[in-house]
Design a protein around this ligand. Structure first.
Ligand SMILES: Nc1ncnc2c1ncn2[C@@H]1O[C@H](COP(=O)(O)OP(=O)(O)OP(=O)(O)O)[C@@H](O)[C@H]1O
Ligand SMILES: [Mg+2]
Length: 273
């Protein structure tokens, strides 16, 4: 793959948290490189505390880099350049583990979507209320929600799966090229997990939106992503096609991840057979 084919290019990135009260700081990410092509869904897998969320935060431009650099569509992510960052924050959207925190408790799902559409106005027609209403209905349909019913509900009146659908609709409302999905299904019931995974998969295929899919479960990542990075202790230890990683793990850690296959993964494996 040439550098021009890269939507996102993370080169030798280090993220460090400062120490407090005289204690040493934490190097959460240590010299990580990874890349994502336009429309590609790429997995990032590793055990709790290995640095996945920190790397995601660096990609989102939320955390400063202690080393290395990140480029998006060939341009360097520069946290100091506010105009550039505003556009970047539109192009790169986050899908959270628990979307509750990202949703305003005082707005119905439909009103929240319309507000996001109004604030960003990424396409003609969104200046008018009927235009926003039409786009909102389109987005709700895209995430498999009945706008007439669910659009009128407040976040606390939605199930976890429904809330995650709204979270995804909200991310899509601003026209992103990349989603950073940090454990997007781990807070959900197993049966709902599969639905949300399939939704994310369909969306990236239909809209050509790329995704950095973060999880601690290799089987879920394999189901979602053709290509996967395995992270241990802040570093990438293995990268490759998910099927190959699964069949012939090169790193002993990858092998232990495969051994620890939880229920949802068995369900997914049964489905793909
Ligand atoms: N704000 C912070 N201040 C200091 N240290 C932090 C901070 N956030 C994370 N860390 C540390 O950085 C390391 C990586 O944390 P991170 O949240 O990136 O891991 P993770 O792979 O996302 O884990 P999980 O699977 O549990 O979400 C951990 O050792 C963690 O304790
Ligand atoms: Mg995390």
């Amino acid at each position: 793959m040439s550098a021009d084919d890269r939507l996102l290019d993370v080169r030798d990135v280090t993220v460090a948290y400062p120490g407090r009260h005289g204690r040493d700081g934490v190097r959460a990410v240590n010299g990580v490189s990874l890349h994502i092509a336009p429309g590609e869904v790429v997995g990032l897998v590793g055990e709790s505390g290995c640095g996945k969320t920190s790397l995601g935060g660096a990609v989102m431009g939320m955390l400063p880099l202690a080393g290395g650099e990140i480029s998006f569509q060939g341009e360097r992510v520069d946290r100091e350049n506010r105009t550039w960052m505003r556009e970047y924050r539109r192009r790169v959207q986050m899908v959270f583990q628990d979307p509750m925190g990202a949703l305003n408790p005082r707005l119905t799902a439909g009103a929240a979507l319309e507000e996001t559409l109004y604030v960003h106005r990424t396409q003609p027609g969104l200046e008018t209320a009927p235009g926003r209403r039409a786009r909102r209905q389109e987005l709700m349909a895209q995430v498999g929600m009945d706008d007439a019913v669910m659009g009128a509900r407040y976040p606390h009146e939605l199930s976890g799966g429904q809330r995650q659908r709204i979270g995804i609709a909200r991310a899509l409302a601003v026209g992103p090229r990349l989603l950073v999905a940090d454990e997007p299904v781990s807070a959900l019931d197993v049966s709902v997990q599969v639905q949300i995974l399939n939704l994310l998969k369909d969306i990236s295929e239909q809209l050509g939106v790329a995704c950095l899919f973060i999880a601690h479960d290799l089987a879920v990542v394999r189901y979602m992503c053709r290509r996967t990075y395995v992270m241990v202790g802040g570093a990438i230890v293995e990268e490759g096609l998910s099927d190959t990683l699964f069949a012939h793990p090169a790193h002993p850690y990858t092998a232990t991840l495969i051994a620890a296959v939880p229920d949802v993964a068995r369900g997914l494996a049964a489905r793909s057979r």
